[in-house]
Design a protein around this ligand. Structure first.
Ligand code: GAF
Length: 439
């Protein structure tokens, strides 16, 4: 923080008015379900993106990053999809989206401008949501920096406490703004998982977000008390949400949703998909049946089948249904079915591994580095392991016995070395805190 402030002063010739930050996130379960009305289970990470900022009154946004060489600047009124690029598309995109959303509590005054300096410890391209951390910290910074100008511009002043974590309704709007900026200006058609996790996380280890209504619920997943640890492996195989692989799958989901005439894919599954009364094995069978029956119904309906073809239904769309039922089960285990026992943890591990198989075999979103990391963890006795985030690269999460943490990490490092992969990085998983003003 002190170093960032000093660097800001050196670069911009004066102290910043404040510093805001937002965390990366790790999604415990539920991939490609956020834009389909499913539920996700993210946890904010201790790695954060910081934005030091100072108000300007000339309508111009200047931005620099300690991780990037160039100085970027643009008149906020002239920022639009297609005329900003690279990392500045995220920063400028937020200003654009705040004005597009049109609400007097979020729009920026016409003369508003800012100097911003960004620093980040969130691994980039690791599937840990470095983009949403940048978007969310920028959104908070811009909104709070605009305070002195809002009254004169007849815009709604911020409530006492600014955009603090208690102001969940405002943060939900900022999450929508951040997603809009990422979708329309940065060109990555993501759902709302990452921004919601960055801005709306609650105290506790993880959050369950229900994307049917954007409601959130805290969930305690404290593995330490059970003698377990979450191991996060950044495989350093890069992933890029704007390279077309993510959006082709999203597009297929949208096509099926439209052809089925439903609001989202979640609506095609029955209401009850957690089977809380069943034990692990019976619940697995019940889940499998529900997914296959739903797919059969889709295939039998010509308009749905023809929208993407039977093969895509039975692969990409099956993955979406699978992850939806897996998250509901995990939610039921940790929220509804207390106390948490050894069997609960064993089942969570199985849910992880089942999700990985679905991402790999049905969604086709894995790659060699991710599979080697998962398989090695399992061979070393992990309770479960899976790739996290949008896939095609990025990080793996494993649930391991605490005393197996180091041997498992070593085995993964050895397996990577043997295959000539770039060395992985191991990250401890400790719960972080939501986006906030830090100074
Ligand atoms: C990426 C996207 F940004 C999220 O919206 C989500 O779809 C995720 O991939 C997959 O679950 O992180």
């Amino acid at each position: 923080m002190a170093a960032l402030r000093a660097e800001f002063t050196a670069r911009f010739g004066g102290e910043p008015d404040g510093v805001w930050s937002a965390p990366g996130r790790l999604n415990l379960l539920g991939e490609y379900v956020d834009f389909n009305g499913g539920s996700c289970m993210p946890t904010p990470l201790p790695y954060r993106t910081l934005v030091a900022g100072r108000l300007r009154r000339d309508g111009v946004l200047h931005a620099e990053s300690l991780q990037m060489a160039e100085h970027a600047e643009a008149r906020i009124a002239e920022i639009a999809p297609g005329n900003v690029s690279g990392w500045f598309a995220y920063v400028g995109g937020v200003a654009w989206a705040m004005n597009q959303q049109g609400g007097a509590d979020i729009a920026l005054p016409a003369e508003f401008g800012a100097d911003l300096l960004v620093d980040s410890t969130v691994p980039v391209g690791g599937g840990l949501s470095s983009s949403a951390a940048l978007l969310s910290s920028t959104a908070l910074a811009l909104l709070e920096l605009s305070c002195p100008l809002r009254a004169a511009a007849a815009l709604v002043p911020l409530p006492v406490g600014g955009c603090g974590p208690d102001n969940d309704a405002l943060r939900a709007r900022l999450a929508a703004v951040s997603m809009d900026a990422e979708n329309r200006v940065a060109g990555a058609r993501t759902g709302g998982l990452d921004h919601t996790a960055a801005l709306r996380s609650l105290p506790g280890e993880a959050l369950v977000i229900d994307f049917r209504d954007l409601s959130i619920e805290a969930v305690r997943i404290d593995a330490t008390g059970a003698g377990l640890k979450f191991l996060v492996i950044d495989t350093r195989a890069p992933h890029d949400l704007a390279d077309g692989q993510y959006s082709s799958r999203r597009q297929a989901c949208e096509d099926v949703t439209r052809a089925a005439g439903v609001e989202n894919l979640r609506a095609l599954l029955p209401a009850e998909i957690a089977f809380p009364e069943l034990d692990a094995a019976a619940a697995r069978t019940a889940r499998h049946l529900v997914v296959e029956e739903t797919l059969d119904r889709c295939v039998a309906e010509p308009s749905i089948r023809d929208s993407v073809g039977e093969r895509t239904l039975r692969t990409w769309i099956r993955h979406v249904f699978t992850d939806m039922v897996l998250v509901e089960r995990a939610r039921a285990l940790f929220v509804d079915r207390m106390p948490v026992t050894e069997a609960t943890w064993a089942e969570l591990g199985e849910l992880f591994t089942e999700s990985h198989a679905s991402m790999r075999d049905d969604l086709g979103a894995s790659r060699a580095e991710l599979d080697v990391a998962v398989d090695t963890c399992l061979a070393e006795g992990a309770l479960g392991a899976r790739l996290v985030g949008g896939g095609f690269g990025g990080a793996v999460l494993a649930l391991v016995e605490a005393d197996r943490l180091n041997p498992t990490a070593q085995a993964v490092a050895d397996a990577f070395a043997e295959r000539g992969f770039v060395s992985p990085v191991f990250l401890p998983l400790a719960p972080g805190r939501p986006a906030d003003r830090d100074a």
